[in-house]
Design a protein around this ligand. Structure first.
Ligand SMILES: *Cc1c(COP(=O)(O)O)cnc(C)c1O
Length: 407
């Protein structure tokens, strides 16, 4: 995709709009598979919550991927996309026993992350094999908000509670067919990740009926020049070999699973928005766009960086801008960012807009959520219509208010 393709999409479908380049998604998927080529049985479960449009799920189905889901609704989306329930894993946190039972009934692989539900589920459904999510207590990244493996985390069953898991398994007669970890959102140092996998291997050896080990995700992609990203090829080489050795000592071949979101879709996404107003104040120049944290909340929620290009004037002189939204709150996308000179009406393109962007969008300020377009085989395909006033009113009950009685 080039600038002109993006400009054409903004012209044809309006702004703001999310654009996903299927070629980039396919390339990332193939890169991951190639990195782990030495592992005998590999399964990639795409983490649906990163970008959950049904056309994206169909693309992953076409590639042979399974899905990682965190809600009954994500499971239903995956099934609607035609994905085999056996290729879907359900890895929720803090959901009810009832929700887990509903998902299990659909033939989806259950992954349980606390002892209370494990005991209840195992007592009621000893014939349904489950995976257990382990917390190896390893800090994967630097940011406490996106590291989920450490000691205070709400995710997973502590490795110190393995004896309790084994007791529940024995008492209920249930089967554990998988062990899982998801240590955090940023693997900056594969040494730390490999250390956590050793803890998982040690745990895995204690369960005799395993079909797979799921190593989660946290594969980091670059957001700006000079960013540390996960060296997936190096990790793949080392972990595949280690996994094959584990299978030998375990006595049979099992499946190696991963569940990346960001790695597969982040870089495929572009978010296009139009500049409504260029406003010079005493201290800065603001570029105000036809969007806000209702459409792209990551910069405000956890300070994430998204590259911003003025694709209407790519060769212009660079100037400093603060790029802000139209929401009646502080919604700054970027401060003091060098961008090619902006004129009102220009289209700005935000990079890394594939993961956790549209899927976190809301109707705050009663704005419509944007359209989504998939660039596939050199053509643009609308995969979600821009919302309308009907969507805003949908589900709201128009009650008749009698005259207010003041007591
Ligand atoms: C969110 C999530 C993922 C995906 O994480 P990325 O950082 O997007 O790769 C994988 N597994 C689980 C259980 C998750 O909650």
């Amino acid at each position: 995709m080039n600038n002109q393709d993006l400009l054409n999409i903004a012209r044809d479908f309006g702004s703001p709009v999310y654009v996903y380049d299927a070629e980039v998604i396919v390339a990332q998927y193939e890169r991951l598979v190639a990195a782990f080529a030495k592992a005998k049985n590999l399964r990639i479960h795409y983490a649906v919550k990163a970008l959950s449009n049904i056309s994206i799920l169909k693309l992953f189905k076409q590639l042979g991927a399974g899905l990682d889901t965190v809600s009954l609704q994500e499971v239903e989306l995956g099934l609607a996309a035609g994905v085999d329930p056996k290729k879907i894993i359900f890895t929720p946190n803090g959901v009810s026993l009832e929700e887990i039972e509903l998902v299990a009934k659909k033939g989806v692989q259950i992954n349980i992350d606390n002892l209370s539900i494990l005991e209840q589920f195992g007592s009621k459904h000893p014939k349904t094999p489950v995976c257990v999510r382990i917390n190896p207590h390893v800090m994967a990244g630097g940011n406490a908000n996106i590291s989920v493996g450490h000691i205070d985390s709400k995710f997973g069953i502590s490795i110190h509670q393995i004896p309790h898991i084994l007791r529940i398994v024995e008492n209920t007669g249930m089967t554990v067919n998988g062990v899982h970890m998801h240590t955090g959102s940023d693997i900056l140092d594969i040494g730390v990740f490999l250390y956590a996998t050793e803890i998982l291997f040690e745990t895995a050896a204690k369960f005799k009926a395993l079909e797979f080990i799921d190593f989660g995700s946290g594969f980091k992609v670059p957001y700006k020049e000079g960013d540390v990203s996960t060296d997936i090829e190096d990790l793949g080489e080392q972990l595949s070999e280690r996994f094959n050795n584990f299978c030998i000592s375990y006595g049979r071949d099992i499946t190696m699973a991963f569940e990346p979101g960001k790695f597969l879709v982040s870089e495929a996404g572009h978010f296009l928005a139009q500049v409504n107003v260029v406003k010079q104040t005493t201290s800065t120049v603001f570029a105000g766009i036809d969007s806000g944290f209702n459409h792209l909340i990551r910069p405000m929620l956890y300070g994430s960086y998204h590259g911003i290009k003025n694709i209407s004037n790519p060769e212009g002189k660079n100037r400093f801008y603060s790029v802000v939204g139209y929401i009646c709150e502080t919604d700054t996308f970027a401060n003091n960012r060098q961008i090619s000179e902006i004129t009102e009406g220009d289209i700005l393109s935000f990079s890394n807009a594939g993961a956790y962007c549209f899927s976190m969008a809301s109707n705050y300020n009663s704005r419509y959520r944007p359209a989504e377009v998939l660039w596939y085989n050199g053509k643009s395909h609308l995969i979600r219509e821009r919302e309308t006033m009907e969507d805003i009113l949908k589900g709201q009950c128009d009650i008749q208010l009698d005259e207010l009685i003041v007591v």
